[in-house]
Design a protein around this ligand. Structure first.
Ligand SMILES: Cc1cc2nc3c(=O)[nH]c(=O)nc-3n(C[C@H](O)[C@H](O)[C@H](O)COP(=O)(O)OP(=O)(O)OC[C@H]3O[C@@H](n4cnc5c(N)ncnc54)[C@H](O)[C@@H]3O)c2cc1C
Length: 396
């Protein structure tokens, strides 16, 4: 099997690398750069301008159709794009990417379930960063049990009147709009009366409050909806009461994320840990010389390689037009556990004192930050249940 990229993909690599070299300043690559500016206007502005520049230069939505603002490239080019973005430490991904939830989750969902008008009006604005999207699935009483959601949307002529609460919303602080699940038929069987709805967060009756994460990050939030009148026309994705199928598709896209860019990003994180292990002394010698630390580094490296191969597996399945379905849960489990293992190793190398020092501070921050990733997009326990039921055929 030949795992090398085609010459067209390698040409694209040179092109995007040139652009990234001039568009991502060296100081952005310092591990503390974004952490120190978390939630600030400066961080928002820098990332907003960068997203716009990326769009203007043709590097946003590389595998989306040209008519919707993309580049119309194939999956191989998309993989090279993901690798190079992560390699340059560009501000992408669920933590820094302002357009992430739009490009990674809503966009693919609209390409499959959206109307022509929705595709034409919404997709280009996702890519340019003109509309920042957030995801409104979780509620205080329904996270893992998503079908138990209770935010209601009552039909009143041409509008749906939304009341209820969403929570744990990434990017809530900056988002202009939300793709949400709402209950439109309270009498129907739990999964039948749900609608996938696009909500403009500037409408009267919407209140957004920030939530501070344990890492100190401020971009998280919760939203309250008090009789918010959302026009049906253009805002329902799929059919009314039939949003569960749309949501399931979006979740499988979310869980799969991008193993290729994660491989590169987490490899950087492991390099940071290895550097710390060389510079930190434990029991009178550098931490890197301890057999247990070396064994854990080797294990993380091996898991990263698995993630890389998993990325190729995903690309070839997607290229063949196959749905990832429950297979995405295997990827989610693998990437979230690998990242956690790297972060835990970093914390153990530094020890309690090291976490407070300024140069080791980003490893301490990461140790706290990555814990949420085992929960976001469905917890590890839920992924195991899906794998057991849908892939292994085990009894419930
Ligand atoms: C960093 C982060 C970002 C997030 N971003 C978003 C976002 O942008 N939008 C959004 O809508 N949501 C978001 N979430 C919310 C996330 O989807 C939920 O937290 C998650 O689905 C779990 O729901 P819960 O918090 O209600 O926990 P619960 O469902 O109450 O679960 C509590 C515990 O019980 C376990 N459990 C529950 N049911 C079962 C079961 N049937 N079998 C075995 N174990 C079970 C869980 O695994 C967990 O350990 C985010 C969460 C985090 C941490």
């Amino acid at each position: 099997m030949d795992l090398r990229y085609s010459s067209a993909a390698e040409r694209f690599r040179r092109e995007i690398r040139r652009w990234l070299e001039q568009s991502v300043p060296a100081r952005w690559r310092h591990p503390r750069f974004w952490i120190d500016r978390d939630g600030s206007e400066e961080s928002l502005e820098l990332r907003r301008r960068w997203e716009k520049d990326r769009f203007d230069n043709g590097f946003a939505g590389v595998d989306w159709p040209v008519e919707f603002g993309g580049r119309g490239a194939d999956h191989e080019i998309r993989a090279v794009h993901d690798e190079e973005m992560a390699r340059a430490r560009a501000p992408i991904g669920p933590f820094l990417g302002l357009t992430y939830l739009g490009t990674a989750l809503l966009g693919p969902t609209l390409l499959r379930y959206g109307t022509d008008v929705q595709k034409r009006t919404i997709l280009p604005r996702i890519l340019s960063g003109d509309t920042i999207w957030c995801q409104g699935f979780s509620e205080p009483e329904s996270g893992s049990d998503l079908a138990g959601l209770s935010t209601s949307a009552r039909r009143d002529g041409d509008v749906l009147v939304v009341s209820g609460q969403k929570t744990w919303t990434s990017l809530a602080r900056h988002a202009d709009a939300m793709f949400a699940l709402v209950r439109t038929d309270p009498k129907a069987e739990r999964r039948r009366g749900i609608t996938f709805l696009l909500i403009d967060l500037t409408l009267p009756g919407v209140q957004v409050r920030p939530i501070r994460q344990m890492s100190g990050s401020h971009e998280f939030g919760e939203e309250f909806f008090d009789e918010v009148r959302v026009p049906v026309d253009g805002n329902v994705v799929g059919r009314i009461d039939d949003g569960w199928a749309v949501a399931r598709y979006l979740l499988s896209v979310e869980r799969n994320a991008s193993p290729i860019s994660q491989y590169v990003e987490f490899a950087h994180e492991l390099d940071d840990v290895i550097a710390a292990a060389r510079n930190t002394r434990k029991d009178g010698r550098p931490a890197i010389e301890h057999p247990r630390i070396r064994a854990r580094i080797a294990r993380c490296r091996a898991d990263l390689e698995l993630l890389r191969v998993r990325g190729y597996h995903t690309i070839s399945r997607t290229a063949r037009g196959q749905d990832l379905g429950a297979d995405a849960s295997v990827t989610k489990l693998l990437w979230s556990q690998t990242r956690l293992a790297i972060a835990d190793l970093g914390a153990d190398v530094l020890g309690a004192d090291g976490q407070l020092s300024s140069d080791g501070g980003h490893l301490g921050w990461r140790h706290l930050h990555v814990r949420g990733q085992r929960i976001a997009g469905g917890t590890a326990q839920i992924q195991r249940t899906i794998i057991a039921r849908d892939l292994l055929g085990l009894p419930r």
